[in-house]
Design a binder for this molecule. Structure first.
Ligand SMILES: [Mg+2]
Length: 138
């Protein structure tokens, strides 16, 4: 199955400078990258906490900047059909968010911590009898 790459993108702080609840200046680098991605057959999902009128404003702002989404805070229709569900986490190949931490990157603090934890030896496991003996000595 030739499946298109899916990018889920945040609005505030990604597609525009974060001035929530207002809309900041456009991040043209992100917008043009997504437009190129769509031209190559990729899909883009708007993935934002905005709701109601603020969400409508964001969608219209994006349309006015040439960006039309394949889904908004929702999985792609073809994914819902393929998987037979619509889980709360939007499925994508990439998630673009100004609050994201790149855990896959080796130089990221979280990845470093995970490696550090793995390199530590297992804590010594004391038998129940040893614990009782120590407790009796105290
Ligand atoms: Mg954001």
């Amino acid at each position: 199955m030739n499946y298109p790459k899916v990018i889920a993108v945040d609005f505030d702080g990604c597609l525009c400078v974060n001035k929530w609840p207002e809309i900041g200046d456009p991040n043209w680098n992100a917008i043009h990258t997504l437009l190129d991605h769509k031209s190559d057959g990729g899909k883009v999902i708007l993935w934002t906490c905005r709701e109601g009128q603020m969400l409508e404003d964001a969608i219209m702002w994006c349309l006015n900047h040439g960006l039309k989404f394949d889904a908004v805070n929702d999985n792609l229709p073809e994914n819902k059909e393929y998987f037979g569900n619509n889980c709360r986490k939007v499925w994508a190949n990439e998630y673009w968010d100004d609050k994201a931490v790149p855990v896959a990157a080796y130089d990221c603090p979280i990845a470093g911590r995970i490696i550090e934890i793995k390199e530590k030896p297992e804590p010594e496991r004391k038998s129940f009898l040893q614990k009782i003996k120590e407790w009796l000595r105290e």
